[in-house]
Design a protein around this ligand. Sequence first.
Ligand code: SF4
Length: 701
Amino acid sequence: KDFDLSPANATCTTCPYCGTGCGVLAAPDGAGGLTIKGDPTHPANAGRLCSKGSALGETVASDGRLLTPQIDNRPASWDHALDLVASRFSETIAKHGPDSVAFYVSGQLLTEDYYVANKLIKGFLGTANIDTNSRLCMASTVAGHKRAFGTDTVPGTYEDLEQADLVVLVGSNLAWCHPVLYQRLAAAKATRPNMRVIAVDPRRTATTDLADMHLAINAGTDVALFNRLLSEIHEQGAVNAEFVTGHVTGFDAALDAASSTDVTVTGIPHAQLTEFLNLWIRSERVVTVFSQGVNQSDHGTDKVNAILNCHLATGRIGQPGMGPLSVTGQPNAMGGREVGGLANMLACHLDIENPEHRALVGGFWNAPNLPDHAGLKAVDMFRAVSEGRIKALWVMCTNPAVSLPQADFVRDAIANCDFTVVSDLTATTDTACLANVVLPATGWGEKDGTVTNSDRVISRQRAVLPKTGQSRHDWDIISDVARRMGWQDAFDYSTPAEIFREYAALSGLAAAQGKDFDISGLSDLTNSEYDALHPTRWPIPTRGTSGDRMFADGRFFTPSTRANMLALTQSSAPPAVRGTYRLNTGRIRDQWHTMTRTALSPRLNQHTGEPFLEIHPQDALAIGLKAADLTKVESRHGYAILRVLITDRVRPGAVFAPIHWTSEYASAGRICTVIPSATDPISGQPDTKAAQVSITPFAPT
Ligand code: SF4
């Protein structure tokens, strides 16, 4: 069957997986699925798609979807379910105070959903207890950006990758986790023989295969590496004195701290280290890409700032082909940041602990109850659930019983919570199974709104399929609950366009306070203009503008307009416990998060059929493991049973496991059960790459 997938005839929408944010053309295939093609007009991908994006059409069938609300596992009417949610939240707040309730949301939500959830809980329920699974993904980058730039601003664009002379990938398996960006990088490298790529990663991956040089760094020693680079920049006279003098504070202290750092902890051979340092310093156009290997650490914020320090010292920021570039894991991690979806932020990059910002947002929302303190971040939130301090919890579009560290602890906490609501596509996720009320939310092909990708491009996500069963959009569900709690006017939304216009208008007020996120030029879009909105990079201060790179004028969003360099020290690793291995976790190419969608695609399931543990041949021999044996991976928090994959991609003493499998797909495959809940003290992001685990052969009985 031929389908007309020209942009004029197909629906232009956006891929719901990684933060690359590729444009997708989609049309119903007449058999319940979709025919999919990359959108050639979208700036992120210019028609490219990866395996996950191209299989989207296989993941939208209505089989297994939740069709009606459920209360205690029984079908219920929307009226009954939403009345119950509204009354239980109201009663809990009346009895125990606003901080006894919480929302745990997701980078899968559209910006409009995120905005309304944030408005309800912070503006009207009176607590900032809203956090997101993006806390697991890029919170350290947010904190690092704010420390250096005064705001959470991504300076560069994807085009910089293609224009750079040197691209350094730190803690990023771009080939599998942001595959279209990797394709763009590989294509640029193929046509520009002088371009160099360096990968910094303890593990050999599909990405390190592309690199001219792989620095197999000792895990967790990135601060030492970039501190050494900062010292070398100074020693070689490569500091951009004019930029530092005019636009930076903290240089001397940062250099002092860097100069006393012992780089040998990185384990990088001297000759290779020297080559890296010289190449970085000699290459004017350098882009440093960083991702979860940097962020998911108990000192991830320092790692981020160690990278930013080097770009600030050389003035390699805000110009074509140069700068730091954080790539986010989720499709709308960036949009969530913009609307204040983290417990310590307000909408439009305003700060909850700033009285002027609170007054501005409270006045704009006409909100009676804005809290004056940050809420609980993800790990602390579920600790509070376990301790009974949070008594009513609403989980939207995510699966914390699988994805958070100490997943068994989190699962038990949710099971024992007085009242839990889950809005999701199915009632069968590990988390939804524990809920008192499960609400059917619309899925990717049915949703309508906007998302923002890693280089600040706002794209429309458009419905291409009718809603399944009685499912409703997340913003609509949240608004209905808000109205039932008594706030009719503030939540009187009937379209996502109204919500978009509102927060675009708020962004203009935030910009007047010196904030970066300004899309006020879109605040008067008509509904049809919103429908037709093309991908647009912020800031958009006036109609018809589209933002390009930030900081081109050397002005930052601090009170002095100068960027801050930070004095950083390499934290020492905890002593290794004898007989344990350091567990690194991450994604595989063809599954997404907890597999709720990707596992529906036979094509994607062919890539890797079951959870596994990568282990070095030397360690496998010592433990007595042969290829494809089952093994028990255990810490004091829990265990997982995985099949071993013996490979020298990991180093002796280190092992790797993917994060995706849930109880639904592998009864003992939830690797996050073994991960402790250590977090970065600044960002609150969990360290999911350094669990100490024991490994023993496992024989099923
Ligand atoms: Fe989707 Fe990311 Fe693949 Fe693009 S690279 S198609 S956004 S998963």
